[in-house]
Write a protein that binds this ligand. Structure first.
Ligand code: PLP
Length: 375
């Protein structure tokens, strides 16, 4: 069989060598408890502070505004539920295309829920924003870029309007960091969620940017770590590996994304030439350069992924976090697509290891695979 082709970077990315190096080094050198006063503790504290400062610098924040969490899901939950608890009874708002980490947290908030609709490309509609803001929600959450379609949201404008209305704006920037500029000094968001494993760091470590002055209640109770917002002995090695991965991603971001954008466009053009009925989700919107989500009308969605896998090609149907579910994606349904178009969809997501030859191989294999899985 040919060498396997991994085109599922939006689900998770391989560990970058820089992150691996930092992880191994810190597992040996930073094993002390950062809260301990002795030298082992102080050494670990210094390493943790270093990781925090480096991440903060990358997004234009102050080190004290970074709270390390157990990955992206927890960062989103802390943002949504932590805000909801500070303003009991106030509504909680988010877009219809959020990741489940936000949507499920919003529905768990025991508060009135307001959902912002999206247009046919999956871009949040701003016509209803003022009415939602007038209700004084505890938090309004719109993701920076969508994990299924790659569609980039107008977070700058939404953040400005939230700030003007005195509403805390949260953005899930898990897919955006390392791919497009994410700067807390340019976008007045109150809260931003990040996850290391999407950009080549280890799984199980993430961060929440909490702008100074944003009131937030912790969800986990214990010691005072992470300013009391995320108690528990800190994952020093994970934090350092996260910082190393984020720095590596940022350092190569412009050249890498330019290259991947060209590859992604070639993939889409080539696939549509070979299978003319394919349709690119979010084609009319600004998208992350590395993501392509396509409707494959008439195909059996699960068979499609299985057939690609048999050919050694790893892709995903919509969100990997919910793969295994037979339901069409809530993101595609929110874009107004009928279930028979939303259902048979496939997402290719490219990354730093993706080559021209891999794209050629997908172009070669895909028409055959589609033929095989037609209903
Ligand atoms: N938010 C988005 C947009 C994601 O794509 C994901 C992962 O799929 C998450 C949140 C959850 O992050 P984690 O897997 O680190 O919990």
């Amino acid at each position: 069989m040919d060498t396997p082709v991994y085109l599922d970077y939006a689900a998770t990315a391989p560990l970058r060598p820089e992150a691996r190096g930092a992880l191994l080094e810190a597992l040996d050198g930073g094993w002390g408890n950062p809260s301990s006063v002795h030298r082992w503790g102080r050494e670990s504290r210094a390493l943790l502070d270093d990781a925090r400062a480096r991440l903060a610098r990358l997004i234009g924040a102050a080190p004290g505004e970074i709270v390390f969490t157990r990955a992206g899901t927890e960062a989103d939950n802390l943002a949504i539920l932590g805000r909801a608890r500070t303003v009991p009874g106030a509504p909680v708002a988010c877009s219809a295309v959020e990741h489940k980490a936000v949507l499920a947290a919003v529905h768990a908030a025991e508060a009135p829920v307001r959902i912002l609709p999206v247009d046919a490309d999956g871009v949040v509609r701003l016509d209803g924003l003022d009415a939602v803001l007038a209700e004084g929600p505890a938090v309004l959450s719109v993701m920076w870029a969508n994990n299924e379609t790659g569609v980039v949201q107008p977070v700058g404008e939404i953040a400005e309007r939230c700030a003007a209305a005195g509403v805390a704006f949260h953005s899930d920037a898990v897919q955006a960091l390392g791919r497009i500029p994410v700067r807390a000094d340019r976008v007045p968001a109150a809260l931003l969620a990040f996850s290391a494993h999407k950009l080549g760091g280890p799984k199980g470590i993430g961060a929440l940017f909490v702008r100074r002055g944003t009131r937030l209640a912790p969800l986990v109770h214990g010691g005072g770590q992470e300013r009391g917002l995320r108690p528990g002995t800190e994952d020093v090695a994970g934090a350092l590996a996260f910082a190393a991965a984020a720095e590596a991603a940022e350092a190569e971001r412009e050249t890498s994304m330019l290259r991947l954008g060209i590859l992604r466009d070639r993939l889409e053009a080539g696939l549509r030439e070979r299978v003319p009925e394919l349709r690119v989700h979010g084609a009319g919107a600004e998208r992350l350069p590395n993501v392509s989500s396509l409707a494959v009308p008439g195909a059996d969605p699960e068979m499609l992924l299985a057939a690609l896998d048999l050919e050694g090609i790893a892709a995903s149907s919509g969100s990997a976090c919910s793969s295994g579910a037979v339901e069409p994606s809530h993101v595609l349904l929110a874009m107004g697509l009928p279930a028979e178009v939303a259902g048979p969809s496939v997402r290719f997501s490219l990354g730093w290891g993706t080559t021209d030859a891999e794209v050629e191989r997908v172009l070669d294999v895909f028409p055959r695979v589609v033929e095989r899985v037609r209903l």
